[in-house]
Design a protein around this ligand. Structure first.
Ligand SMILES: [Zn+2]
Ligand SMILES: [Zn+2]
Length: 505
């Protein structure tokens, strides 16, 4: 008795479904060739940041694993024709590279890969050819039959025609993508749908050392109806905008201290807060003693720019009274070295002193709302006050470094006769907490989830995370997240949940 799957109707239906799958995969492939940036971000989540790791592993990993498996099966089984599969994929990869050389700026870095892929094709094709030409094997005609079959030739021609048409129609496709994309890009932000609670967004998680995945330090906190931006390192304002944060609703910018990697983008942030909402009051910038010098300096440096904006846009965008910043010094610390700086709408913001000598004072911040809490360490070595403030918090965002990894950099710099770079890698070790120490703090304070930022040294690949963390995961039983720019942690009010999502691709 034939099973239902063997029936004529099932054969037809599964063939049609398989054809649909093939067509969708084909169209995705053509779309990748025509508009790689749009497809890789919208469809595959493929980016250079942490959000893209999933697709890098899955999609690109599958492509190479698949080619490898079929090449091995073809090489070591009787079915040499299986080598046609990796040959076809390699030929499409070479096609993509050829298009890139024609269209993209500076594509030459892939020359080595291109040469290797062509060599692979030649090797695999010669294996198929020699097998086909060797007499006596009953499988001999298979490979030739497949390649010369009318269906294969016709479908190859169809693919070439589709790719060609897509390229000829690039102006139309390009306008269509803009028309469809612009409204959705300017549309709703993921932040508008957040539940009532405490939300912590990481717009910048790097340190002064260059890191391809992390700009200067900046964290935003949405607490109920209020929005705070803590520190604004170089490049972070653009990330805040890319994360669709409604900058114009900012209650205050809070500065932990005045190292350049914490304040380097303050001018840009104040400009965007002002002009996004046509605000009529200067941006409130709160920080330790010295904040007035920083804000006055920025106001001075960018007064000409403000004048241009006022003259160009007028009150509808840039009311003169809203330009620049207004500094407010955080002081009046109690015996426990903390002071409440904001208490409104159920939101409490507490500033406290941390240890970042010779920077003095340097601050950390704690936010409480709806039974949820987060502590942002700022820059500090392990600190008693921070430990006290972190008791039982849901989220602790702590700066972290790994001295052993930095020492490797010091030795490498010294061997290259670059003593200054080596000295910097050594000096910064007295500024920051070690990853293992942050785990101890999280454990002893009963923190629910530990997030490490200002990663030092920069870690270009996640394979380095275990080395960076050392014993941290053994010390602290809860989750530890090494941060990337674009992460958002959401803590709905009156719950224990901590949900993560990406706001940057
Ligand atoms: Zn610092
Ligand atoms: Zn720093």
């Amino acid at each position: 008795m034939r099973s239902w799957l063997g029936s004529d109707a099932a054969v037809l239906a599964t063939r049609i479904l398989a054809g649909v799958v093939g067509s969708v995969l084909l169209l995705i492939g053509i779309a990748i060739l025509v508009m790689p940036e749009v497809v890789s971000t919208a469809l595959l989540s493929l980016s250079t940041g942490g959000a893209g790791i999933n697709s890098l592993r899955a999609d690109v990993g599958a492509l190479f694993l698949g080619m490898g498996v079929f090449a091995l099966l073809g090489a070591f089984s009787r079915h040499r024709w299986l080598l046609v599969v990796p040959i076809a994929f390699l030929a499409l990869i070479v096609t993509g590279r050829a298009i890139s050389i024609l269209l993209d700026p500076f594509p030459t870095r892939t020359t080595g890969a291109l040469a290797l892929e062509i060599a692979f094709i030649v090797i695999l094709a010669s294996a198929v050819a020699s097998h086909a030409l060797s007499g006596g094997d009953q499988d001999r005609p298979n490979a030739v039959r497949i390649v010369l079959a009318r269906g294969f030739v016709l479908s190859s021609a169809l693919v070439v025609a589709l790719v060609g048409a897509a390229f000829l129609l690039r102006p139309q496709v390009s306008s269509l993508v803009w028309n469809l994309g612009a409204s959705s890009m300017l549309g709703q932000s993921a932040l508008e749908d957040l539940p009532d609670g405490l939300h912590v967004g990481l717009a910048g998680t790097g340190a002064p050392m260059p890191d391809a995945q992390r700009v200067g330090i900046s964290t935003f906190v949405i607490a109920g109806e209020h929005l705070f931006i803590v520190d604004i390192g170089p490049g972070a304002t653009l990330n805040l905008e890319r994360m669709r944060l409604p900058l114009e609703e900012t209650d205050a910018v809070l500065l932990t201290h005045f190292h350049s990697d914490h304040i380097g983008d303050l001018d840009e942030l104040m400009l965007k807060i002002w002009t996004h909402g046509a605000r009529t009051e200067p941006t409130l910038v709160m920080g330790p003693a010295g904040v007035e010098r920083v804000v006055d300096g920025y106001n001075q440096a960018f007064s000409l720019d403000a004048g241009y904006r006022i003259a160009h846009h007028g009150d509808a965008v840039a009311p003169a009274s809203g330009a620049g910043g207004r500094a407010e010094v955080i002081d009046g610390f109690g015996a426990d070295e903390s002071v409440v700086i904001f208490d409104q709408g159920g939101v409490t913001v507490t500033a406290f002193l941390v240890s970042h000598a010779p920077v003095d004072p340097a601050l950390g911040f704690r936010f409480d709302y709806g039974g949820r809490s987060v502590v942002l360490s700022g820059d500090t070595i392990p600190d008693e006050t921070l430990m006290a403030q972190s008791q039982g918090v849901d989220l602790l965002v702590h700066d972290a470094m790994n001295p052993d990894m930095l020492n490797v950099m010091t030795r490498a710099s010294e061997s290259r006769d670059e003593p200054v770079a080596g000295a910097v890698a050594t000096d910064i070790q007295t500024y920051h907490a070690f990853a293992e120490e942050t785990a101890r703090i999280a454990r002893d304070a009963g923190v629910q989830h530990l997030v490490l930022n200002q990663i030092l040294p920069p870690l270009p690949a996640s394979i380095l995370h275990p080395a960076f963390l050392g014993d941290a995961r053994r010390v602290f039983g809860g989750p530890i997240t090494l941060s990337y720019d674009g992460m958002l942690f959401s803590m709905p009010a009156d719950s224990d949940d901590i949900a993560g999502q990406w706001l940057l691709y």
